[in-house]
Ligand binder design. Structure first.
Ligand SMILES: NC(=O)c1ccc[n+]([C@@H]2O[C@H](COP(=O)([O-])OP(=O)(O)OC[C@H]3O[C@@H](n4cnc5c(N)ncnc54)[C@H](O)[C@@H]3O)[C@@H](O)[C@H]2O)c1
Length: 260
């Protein structure tokens, strides 16, 4: 028996990285999953690989119209929606004083507005299904500062704020809302060499490993599968008494400052 048998979950940003691993694990645990992304070719291929329990739709999380089409698509395919993982996100590095407004707003549009629109779009369906779960993806930098990440940190703090409010408002409807705060996770976001066909991947991974060996108490970067397992916990009955909270998955990075 799977931990998500009978559930129907929308996962955004599901074409690669953490979203891909969430979609894979959720299907393996018995859920039917609507994968949304803007990377249509990759998303379609993944849904095809996952079989009848998966569908892909083009879903730009910052567009209301896309949500208005994606939720009915999930219902048409699988009969209901009772879960959402707001995973889609983008990162832009820039010093505060040099960040153009357009760049700041572009990050807000995906990370913050996208999470808001997603929650708003699914609530009536989750309520109609008799309850459900929402898992938002915040970040380590929602809880701690990091240089050159003004726009990103602002949006991830906003995600935590929305998570708390949504959890309180939706608890009477049987809907639990939690947030994940990953540290450094080995995906194209943190390790862009993964997207460069000419890159020496082994060398790039070694450089990343070396960096996080020093920074993170557990001595390595995290794997997207490790975040997916937290998303599974927060989407399943294993977390039945848990709502409104941020969950850090960072190998101990936030625990403190090492002097060695
Ligand atoms: N990788 C990390 O170290 C890390 C750490 C903390 C938090 N996060 C968060 O985890 C989530 C997943 O990131 P990842 O590491 O898998 O990165 P990633 O770049 O590999 O994946 C992000 C996915 O989101 C999709 N996406 C981007 N804009 C979109 C939009 N407008 N609509 C729909 N999909 C869109 C991308 O196409 C991609 O498939 C993000 O919210 C990110 O901010 C990542």
């Amino acid at each position: 028996m799977g931990k998500l048998d009978g559930r129907v979950v929308i996962v955004t940003g599901a074409a690669r990285g953490q979203g891909e691993q969430e979609a894979r694990l959720f299907v393996a645990e018995g859920a039917r999953v609507l994968l949304g992304d803007v990377l249509d070719e990759q998303g379609e291929a993944l849904a095809k690989e996952l079989g009848d329990a998966a569908r892909y739709v083009h879903l730009d999380v910052g567009r209301e119209e896309d949500w208005a089409a994606a939720v009915p698509a999930a219902k048409d395919a699988f009969g209901k929606v009772d879960g959402l993982v707001n995973n889609a996100g983008i990162l832009r590095f820039n010093e505060l004083a040099g960040t153009p407004l357009e760049e700041y707003l572009a990050v807000v549009r995906v990370n913050q507005v996208g999470a808001f629109l997603g929650m708003r779009a699914v609530v009536p369906e989750l309520e109609a299904a008799g309850g459900g779960t929402i898992v938002n993806t915040a970040s380590y930098v929602a809880l701690s500062g990091m240089t050159f990440l003004t726009s990103y940190a602002a949006t991830k703090a906003a995600v935590l704020g929305m998570t708390r409010v949504a959890a309180m408002e939706l608890a009477p409807k049987g809907i639990r809302v939690n947030a994940m705060c990953p540290g450094a996770i080995d995906t194209p976001m943190t390790n862009p060499a993964q997207l460069d066909p000419g890159a020496d991947l082994a060398e790039a991974s070694e450089a990343v490993d070396e960096l996080y060996k020093k920074l993170v108490p557990l001595g390595r970067i995290g794997r997207p599968e490790e975040v997916a397992r937290l998303a599974l916990f927060l989407s399943s009955d294993d977390s039945s008494y848990v709502t409104g909270q941020p969950f850090v998955v960072d190998g101990g990075w936030l625990a403190g400052v090492s002097v060695f």
